[in-house]
Ligand binder design. Structure first.
Ligand code: SF4
Ligand code: SF4
Length: 260
């Protein structure tokens, strides 16, 4: 039984959770593909496919939506969707499921995992979710993986998977509209005294909005306000008018790593 999980992770929370799924899914060999460095994938080589991302202001990020839209039309390939979220998930999971369905996948399972918040605008408001996921949330996560195992068994037995994920009222809410993201972030600048011209920000930017000349130059038209460059710069050399030297989330919190 071969599975594929295409994930989009910025600071590592989603990647860590996907690695957890891979480790604990007992009856399938799950291959992980990082969407930031994605290669063309032949979905027909896999029995089950998954798409994972993080809640980007209560919805799925443009990167994963663009990716799903770019795929050749599928003919009912079973798929699951998964996302991580800090303070609020809103329509992220439902948005992923809808988009995958429109691309011709048959969405058979869906789950959102509560994780520490990593967006500086939220952290600066004291909205950290630092202790997430709690034991109850981890138990639900394990049950979701159990569900995936049942789905694998059904596929292996040649049965059509009839199950569908259920969504509640909260899955339709958009508390923090995406249009606020770039506005709240503002323009980025580089402290040249700190910057080592390492190029990590350019390499990690999901929207190809950074050039090195030789210091980073930001294309504000392409920038989506994802905070990846700000969070991941090893020198904390990137700053904005409102955020400088504070509220960074460069990698998953130790406590979170320990839980997963
Ligand atoms: S990641 Fe930081 S140190 Fe490296 S080039 Fe970008 S701004 Fe400079
Ligand atoms: S330049 Fe914009 S899109 Fe690129 S990593 Fe930075 S915040 Fe994200």
């Amino acid at each position: 039984m071969k599975g594929l999980l295409v994930y989009y992770s910025n600071t590592g929370n989603t990647k860590l959770a996907c690695e957890y799924i891979k480790r604990h899914l007992a009856n399938a060999e799950l291959e992980l593909v990082d969407l930031k460095h994605a290669r063309p994938v032949d979905f027909s080589a896999y029995d089950l496919v998954g798409f994972a991302a993080w809640a980007d202001y209560s919805g799925p990020s443009k990167l994963i939506i663009d990716y799903l839209e770019s795929l050749p039309r599928q003919n009912g390939k079973p798929c699951f969707v998964f996302n991580t979220y800090g303070m609020f998930n809103g329509g992220t999971l439902k948005g992923l499921a809808d988009r995958a369905t429109r691309s011709g996948f048959k969405v058979v399972a869906a789950f959102a995992l509560h994780t520490p918040e990593n967006i500086p605008t939220m952290l600066s408001r004291g909205l950290t979710s630092a202790g997430a996921p709690d034991e109850k949330e981890r138990e639900k996560f394990r049950r979701f993986i159990g569900q995936l195992e049942e789905i694998c068994r059904e596929i292996e037995a040649g049965r059509s998977v009839a199950r569908r994920p259920r969504f509640g009222l909260l899955d339709y809410l958009t508390l923090f509209p995406r249009t606020r993201a770039k506005k709240e972030m503002g323009e980025q600048f580089v402290d040249q005294a700190r910057c080592t011209k390492c190029g990590a920000c350019k390499k990690e930017c999901p929207y190809a909005a950074i050039d090195l000349a030789p210091y980073p130059v930001f294309d504000q038209k392409k920038c989506y306000g994802c905070w990846c460059c700000y969070n991941r710069c090893p020198q904390q050399a990137i700053y904005t008018n409102k955020f400088r030297g504070r509220w960074h989330y460069p990698q998953p919190l130790e406590e979170f790593r320990h839980k997963l």
